[in-house]
Design a protein around this ligand. Structure first.
Ligand SMILES: N[C@@H](CCC(=O)N[C@@H](CS)C(=O)NCC(=O)O)C(=O)O
Length: 205
């Protein structure tokens, strides 16, 4: 079995995506808490050496660094044949969902959440309005991707569910109202037999 070490922080939806994926895939791993609110140069030296942008998540697989949440999830699914990685169709589906998530929902919700945290300070006029309009489109498309299935990968959650959950878990904290379809899916995600509380995913110290 591989040695897996995940560097992350409970406030990082990007890191939470990967932590959830590892848990759902039942892949034993260590976690390292990295303070993303502290100056980058104060972060652990081994982390800075392996993460080119000093960002979380960073997943070390047998000493080899992997960065960018979507790419990490894809690597896990392909290498261990989990979370949709068991079939070519599952891999195709996850690539499509990952690209959509990164370009759309994973672009606006983190910004809207951050805007709430800083009370809009530093956001250009009209930026929040623009992000909100984008989120409304994303909410409609969320339902189109999901269709009638309980999860984005069908009967069981896969990489796409982990990626989309990363920031939709905080849709209300971002000041947005989830659609009924999104709320029902979030409930199903919360009911999965793994910890989804970010503080449990990345315990401090
Ligand atoms: N596109 C990246 C985004 C990673 C990212 O933005 N990480 C943030 C936390 S959510 C971070 O490490 N911020 C600390 C910093 O930039 O100093 C991914 O998908 O992994």
């Amino acid at each position: 079995m591989s040695q897996l070490t995940l560097y992350g922080h409970p406030d990082s939806g990007h890191a939470c995506k990967v932590a959830l994926g590892l848990r759902l895939a039942k892949l034993p791993h260590d976690t390292v808490y990295v303070d993303i609110w502290a100056a980058p140069e104060t972060r652990p030296a081994d982390f800075l050496a392996a993460s080119p942008l000093a960002e979380v998540p960073l997943l070390m697989i047998d000493g080899v660094p992997h960065v960018q949440s979507g790419a990490i999830l894809l690597a896990i699914a392909s290498k261990y044949k989990v979370l949709g990685g068991q079939s070519e169709a599952g891999l195709t589906r996850m690539r499509e969902l990952l690209m959509w998530e990164a370009n759309r929902i994973g672009m606006c919700l983190p910004q809207l959440k951050e805007a709430k945290r800083v009370n809009g300070e530093g956001f250009a006029d009209g930026a929040i309005e623009w992000l909100t309009r984008r989120f409304e489109v994303d909410s409609r498309n969320f339902a189109r991707w999901l269709g009638d299935a309980p999860f984005f990968h069908g009967e069981e959650p896969g990489v796409g569910d982990c990626a989309i959950w990363g920031y939709t878990q905080w849709v209300k904290e971002a000041g947005m109202t989830p659609t009924d379809t999104m709320s029902a899916w979030l409930e199903r995600m919360r009911a999965l037999p793994v910890d989804t509380d970010p503080k449990m995913l990345f315990p401090q110290g």
